[in-house]
Design a protein around this ligand. Structure first.
Ligand SMILES: [Cu+2]
Length: 153
């Protein structure tokens, strides 16, 4: 009788450990993607939690546009704060090519990347969820890094 209880206990402990491991793995996965999901599912989840409607029901949410200039091998301004639903438009006013890449140099799989922007080129990204997004220019990783877009709810 006692031995059977111990075996049952062991089985439950194993099951519980497995569940914890699974949850931790899932948590890590989502943690990395917080702030930006191209399909807007993060935004929808937040909207549901708030009980409010999502800004536009899907796709792009950029109702208002904020410009960030790229000049003198720098993002200008380097740090901006915008409300949820803002489209940020980067304009390359330099005489050399740049890009806008989420994260910092060496980070795995950016959630967005403009690709190479020739002088005069523009590129925009819609910020549909609150949070802080760090970005850099992968062509000038030492000079153009640690730039941020802070999105307020
Ligand atoms: Cu650059």
């Amino acid at each position: 009788m006692r031995r059977r209880d111990a075996e049952a206990g062991l089985r439950w402990a194993t099951l519980a450990a497995l569940l914890v491991a699974l949850l931790a793995a899932a948590g890590c996965d989502f943690g990395y993607q917080i702030g930006e999901l191209p399909d807007g599912s993060q935004r929808d989840a937040m909207a549901m939690a708030d009980g409010g409607p999502s800004p536009d029901g899907g796709g792009g949410c950029g109702a208002v546009t904020r410009r960030v200039l790229i000049r003198g091998l720098a993002f200008d301004p380097k740090h901006i704060t915008v409300p949820v639903g803002t489209r940020v438009l980067w304009v390359n006013q330099d005489t050399t090519a740049h890009d806008v890449t989420q994260g910092n140099p060496g980070d795995p799989s950016p959630t967005f990347a403009s690709g190479q922007m020739a002088p005069g080129a523009e590129w925009s990204h819609d910020f549909c969820t609150a949070g802080i997004t760090v970005y850099n220019c992968s062509l000038h990783p030492t000079l153009m890094r640690d730039a941020t877009v802070t999105v307020t709810p």
